[in-house]
Design a protein around this ligand. Structure first.
Ligand code: GUN
Length: 283
């Protein structure tokens, strides 16, 4: 079994992007700007946002962090997103999800102009992805495609099984794999005979959010297994959706948690931000 090192791959990508960010600053007399909105006090979101901001700074991208209290009203949040949408120095806007329950996430996300949608969540970007047109794709699935590419793992004609159908990971993942000519199955909580579906996978993507959910008996010998989970085991220790200890005996390639998919999500956010800035200023 070969371990897929997302941390090292992300480091290489970030170094590549630092060059692009420096070239942008030289050409335009300002740094690429990413606005990051965190509303409320979800502990996981706080960690993600902190890591995103740190990665921006290390890459030479200016991060404009906006921390709003949980009691922020819809009108206040909308006003901020509108002002960022109009701000010419802001190349990308990221609203960290989930939002507090009283806020309408769909309405807020709709205020982000497609050209600044570095998360790839806008209906237009998702539609373009489905149509296999140029688009910004969601960072986590895009990072997984990049890992497959850099580890020379072919997708064309392969059976890919995506477990999880979220708008953030499962659905865009399935579309990216389909666009890369895989034969794709999406499984979810209502899927019958999940084990049999998973056993058919040449490439198995676990994005369910349940600790150690994918066990060795669900994995075909030699399969490539990608773990998107960020869970806690019974002792409170960080683990993934895949039972690493048993699955490692069967998989040909496997991503660890931490150090697998997670660092790639951030690297691809920086990638999408650089691409958005270059696209906007080229027009
Ligand atoms: N919440 C969990 N993952 C993500 C992500 O990739 N982007 C945003 N904005 N929120 C998230």
């Amino acid at each position: 079994m070969q371990l897929i090192d997302g941390k090292e791959t992300a480091r290489v990508i970030r170094a590549e992007l630092a060059g692009r960010a420096a070239a942008f600053a030289e050409a335009h007399g300002r740094r690429i700007g990413l606005a990051v909105l965190l509303i409320g006090d979800d502990p996981a979101s706080q960690v993600y946002v902190r890591n995103k901001i740190k990665a921006c700074e290390e890459t030479g991208i200016r991060s404009l962090a906006h921390y709003l209290p949980a009691a922020t009203t819809q009108a206040q949040a909308e006003e901020l997103v509108r002002s960022l949408a109009e701000d010419d120095k802001v190349d990308g806007i990221l609203i960290q999800l989930p939002l507090p329950a009283h806020l309408d996430a769909k309405k807020l996300l709709a205020l982000i102009p497609t050209e600044k949608d570095v998360d790839g969540f806008s209906p237009e970007n998702v539609g373009r992805l489905a149509l296999r047109e140029d688009c910004t794709a969601a960072c986590t699935p895009l990072g997984i495609m990049e890992l497959l590419r850099r580890y020379h793992i072919p997708t064309a004609g392969k059976r890919a099984v995506v477990v999880g159908r979220s708008n953030i990971v499962g659905k865009p993942m399935a579309l990216l794999l389909l666009n890369a000519d895989a034969t794709v199955t999406i499984c979810h909580s209502r899927t019958q005979n999940l084990k049999d579906e998973c056993l058919r996978a040449d490439i198995l993507i676990a994005a369910v959010g349940k600790p150690k959910f994918i066990t060795a008996d669900m994995v075909k010998e030699g399969a490539v297994v990608i773990d998107v989970g960020m869970d806690r085991d019974e002792e409170g220790k960080l683990c993934g959706d895949v039972d690493f200890a048993s699955v490692r005996e069967k998989a040909s390639f496997l991503t660890p948690v931490p150090g697998g998919v997670g660092p790639m999500t951030i690297a691809m956010l920086l990638y999408n931000t650089c691409a958005a800035a270059e696209r906007r200023t080229a027009e």
